[in-house]
Design a protein around this ligand. Structure first.
Ligand SMILES: O=C(O)CCC(=O)C(=O)O
Ligand SMILES: [Mn+2]
Length: 210
C-alpha cells in the first residue's frame, strides 16, 4: 500500500499471469473527476462505432485523446492523428496522465489514451495489443463504471485462460513479459456501479505508440 493523502492508501499490485492488477486504485472522488474530464473530452471528440476490417461494427464505442487515436475501418486497425470526423484528438487529461506516472514505470509519456465505452451487451474479443512500435512500453488500463469480466490468455491464440472482474477504479498494467498476452472482455455486469448514471463501463488504455 502507498500513501495517497491523510490516512488513505493505494492498493498493492496483484500479479495475474504477469499483468499487474491494482484493485480500487482510484478513490470514488478520483473516479468521478475522471468521468467529468471524459465528458468534456467526448464533447470534442465524439464516441464512434468502429467497423472491423471484416465490415462488422464493433459493439464497443470508442474515441481517443493524445497525439494518436486508435481507429478501425475497412482499411484495417491502426493509429491515426485524426478522429474519423477529421479533427485532431484532444489532449490527454492530467488526471489520466497521473495514473500512468504512478504505475507504468516508464520514462516516456503516453501518446494515446483509447477510450472504450461498453454499453449493455458490449464485449471485446480476444486480441493482442501490437500496433505500437515498442513492446518494452506497457499498456496501462483504467476501468470505470460497471464491472467487466476480463480474460487473459497466452502469447498465441487459444490455450488455458484466466478471468477476473475489473471493477470501477481498478488499474491494470499490461507490460514486461506479459505485454503480448491475448486478452479480451467477455461481458459487463449491468447495474454493478453507480458511477455512470446511465450505466455501462468505460475502459481507458494509455499507450506509447512510436
Ligand atoms: O476493456 C478492457 O478492459 C480492455 C480493453 C482493451 O484490451 C483494448 O482496448 O485494447
Ligand atoms: Mn487490448
Amino acid at each position: 500500500m502507498t500513501q495517497i493523502s491523510g490516512s488513505q492508501t493505494r492498493p498493492s499490485a496483484q500479479d495475474v499471469r504477469g499483468f499487474q492488477h491494482y484493485p480500487g486504485w482510484l478513490t470514488p472522488p478520483e473516479q468521478a473527476a475522471l468521468v467529468k474530464d471524459l465528458r468534456a473530452l467526448a464533447a470534442q471528440a465524439p464516441l464512434f462505432s468502429p467497423m472491423t476490417p471484416y465490415g462488422r461494427p464493433m459493439s464497443v464505442r470508442m474515441t481517443s485523446a493524445g497525439r494518436f487515436g486508435w481507429v478501425s475501418d475497412r482499411r484495417g486497425y491502426r493509429y491515426s492523428q485524426t478522429h474519423p470526423e477529421g479533427m485532431a484528438w484532444p489532449a490527454i487529461p492530467q488526471s489520466i496522465l497521473d495514473v500512468w506516472q504512478a504505475v507504468s514505470g516508464s520514462a516516456r509519456v503516453p501518446e494515446c489514451c483509447l477510450i472504450n465505452f461498453y454499453g449493455e451487451g458490449a464485449k471485446m474479443g480476444m486480441h493482442q495489443d501490437r500496433d505500437e512500435a515498442d513492446f518494452a512500453e506497457p499498456v496501462v488500463s483504467i476501468s470505470l463504471g460497471d464491472d467487466g469480466l476480463f480474460r487473459i490468455g497466452n502469447e498465441t491464440r487459444g490455450g488455458k485462460t484466466q478471468s477476473l472482474w475489473l471493477r470501477s477504479g481498478d488499474v491494470m498494467v499490461m507490460g514486461g513479459a506479459a505485454r503480448l498476452l491475448y486478452h479480451g472482455v467477455d461481458r459487463i455486469a449491468p447495474g454493478t456501479s453507480t458511477l455512470l448514471p446511465q450505466g455501462g463501463r468505460i475502459n481507458l488504455t494509455l499507450r506509447v505508440v512510436t
